[in-house]
Every structure is written in C-alpha cells, then in structure tokens.
Design a binder for this molecule. Structure first.
Ligand code: C5P
Length: 324
C-alpha cells in the first residue's frame, strides 16, 4: 500500500452492518420471480468493513473477523462488493480500478445480509475514494440493482421495507435492543427458502392475506421501546420454510427460549436464529448458558439499531456521502 494516511491513495474504509428482520411478511410470488414483502429491518452491530484502494485492476480479498467462516465467499467477479464497485464506476464513468479488502464479521449465507452489507460498504467507500458525492438516494438506487437488501445496508437503523424489501421508510425509534445470534451449522440459499415457502403454501394462486396488524404491533413496540412487546410481535413468514430445509432450527429456537430469551425468530431466510434479550448483560448470560449446548463458536451478541453504511476513516479531503 503506498501513500501516507492523509492521501487518497491510502484507500478509504467504509463500514456496513448486518440486519435482522423484526417482521417478514411474504406475499405471493411475482412474475419477475421475486415476492412482495412487508418487512421491518433492524441493523445490528455485526459489521463488514470494506477498504477500497486504488489498484491496477479490480480484485478482492476477504479476512475473517471473530471466527466467521469465509470459505464460501466468492473471490471472482461474482462477488457482490466487486460488482458494486464496478457498477458505480460504470455509471459514473470512472476508470480507476480498486482492490477491495473485506473484513467480515457477518455470517455467510446466514440470512443477515452480509453480502448486501459488503455491497453497501463498497459503494460508500468507492464513492468517497472517487469523490463522486452520489448521495444516499443515488447509491441506494444502484444498490437495488445489486440485491433487495442492499438499500437497507446503506440506510441502516430501523426501517419498514416494501416491494422486494428495497423500498424503505425509516422507523423513528430511540430504543436500543439486545440480541444473541445463533449461527447455523450450514448456510441456506435465499432462493431455495423462498421456493420452499411457495411449495409449503402449495398454491400457485395463493394470494396475500389482508393486513393483519402485525406491522402495527412491531411499530408500537419499537416506539415504546418495550422489549416484551417486541418479543411478542416478532414474526417471519419464511421461518417454516427455513425449518423445513434445516430442521435443527426448531431445536435451536427452543433452546433459546428455554435459556430465557424474551423471544426467538429465524433471521431473514435463515439459518441464523435471532434471540431477543432484555439487556447486553442478559445477552452475555445467555451466551454463557447456551455455549455448552450449542457451541460457543456459533454465538454472537449484538445491539441494534446501528447506522447504515458510512466511511470509517475519512481520508484527506474525502468525505462520507451521508449528508452530502
Ligand atoms: O435480491 P436478492 O439477490 O437478495 O434475492 C435473492 C433471491 O431471493 C431472489 O432471486 C429470489 O429468489 C428471492 N427473493 C424473493 N423475493 C424477495 C427477495 C428475494 O423471492 N423480495
């Protein structure tokens, strides 16, 4: 790496975070293969840090943080962070390749949008490095082309998502919540879980049930900061499909509840299980109690909400796109 930390050639690091879905209502399969969703995302404190450094050609390296298994991450042109950098360069007319280095704390193929967080962080880092000042909305529009969860990776905090999950409205909440995440023993493919959901519903002409008050219950719990109310309001229409493909999830959820979690829910398309607890101390207590049962290496604590993708170390005169 050349240049001092005050020169742009030293690179720019941006951070984006994992998400958990507090609510995931899945509507019918659309003609384009996606499903209309009503979801509430919360960004949580498991992070992906992406450093973009000027290079002769595009490339990517991935480093494990906190024991994350990174063996399943593609290092070729299919990597979502690399695709994000190239898409931004193409649209902005930039001809300055970058090397991306990803420090990965979010489980891979875990239903926590780690790949989407990489893409979000890569967009923010490259935007700053190339001094494009695209703005949050501009990057989110590009992000939606890369994946349904990328816009939320950029926005962060807590938000209601509709459409594919890419149309976002922030939920204003000052409350912070504590989580224990139990990693699956193997990844689950998101398309496979959606397909299993369709199969279990068993209807080609299945149509979404009318609004059932679940969204309002989550929003009420978030506004009041009531962890018990949030626990009662957590729900995920993909849980049955995820448990069908990974039956051990049912026992993991039960172990979490038996150990005293306020509530447990499958995170997104799984197989990570999210256990809601009443405080960070209670999260540490739960990890101590669950470690002998589930294995300490599978347990992570986190809090949410946390901010969206942002530059960690502004370099020289480079500024974050947030607020610009
Ligand atoms: O948008 P993303 O690349 O994350 O989606 C991965 C896959 O998950 C899609 O190809 C689709 O099979 C499924 N999906 C869906 N409905 C959504 C989001 C994702 O069916 N709203």
């Amino acid at each position: 790496m050349s240049g001092s930390p005050s020169t742009p050639s030293a690179g720019v690091t941006a951070r984006a975070s994992a998400k958990v879905n507090l609510l995931l209502q899945v509507g019918p399969r659309r003609d384009d293969g996606f499903h209309d969703l009503v979801t509430v995302f919360q960004a949580v404190s498991l992070h992906e840090d992406v450093t973009a450094t000027p290079a002769d050609e595009y490339g990517i390296t991935v480093e494990s943080v906190g024991g994350t298994d990174v063996s399943g991450v593609p290092l070729d042109g299919s990597n979502l962070a690399l695709r994000a950098a190239r898409l931004l360069a193409e649209r902005a007319g930039v001809d300055e390749p970058v090397h991306l280095h990803v420090r990965k704390e979010v489980p891979v193929a875990g239903g926590m949008a780690g790949g989407s967080a990489d893409a979000a962080a890569a967009l923010v880092a490259c935007d700053a490095l190339w001094r494009l000042h695209s703005g949050l909305d501009g990057l989110a529009e590009l992000g939606a082309e890369l994946g349904s969860d990328v816009p939320f990776g950029l926005h962060g905090r807590t938000a209601v998502g509709t459409g594919r999950g890419d149309r976002l409205v922030p939920v204003l909440t000052t409350a912070s919540f504590s989580w224990v995440f139990v990693l699956g023993t193997a990844g689950l493919s998101t398309p496979a879980v959606f397909a299993e959901c369709d199969r279990l519903r068993g209807l080609d002409d299945w149509s979404a049930p009318p609004a059932d008050g679940r969204l309002e219950a989550v929003e009420f719990a978030l506004r009041s900061g009531d962890v018990q109310a949030l626990g009662e309001a957590l729900s995920n229409d993909l849980a049955e499909a995820a448990c069908s493909l990974a039956p051990e999830l049912t026992a993991t959820l039960e172990a979490g509840r038996a150990a005293g979690a306020v509530a447990g829910v499958v995170s997104g398309s799984g197989p990570t299980v999210a256990l809601l607890v009443s405080s960070p101390a209670e999260a540490r207590r739960l990890v101590r109690d669950l470690a002998p049962v589930l294995g300490e290496g599978r347990l992570r604590t986190a809090t949410g909400p946390v901010p969206g993708a942002r530059v960690l170390e502004p370099v020289g005169t480079t500024r974050s796109t947030r607020g610009s």
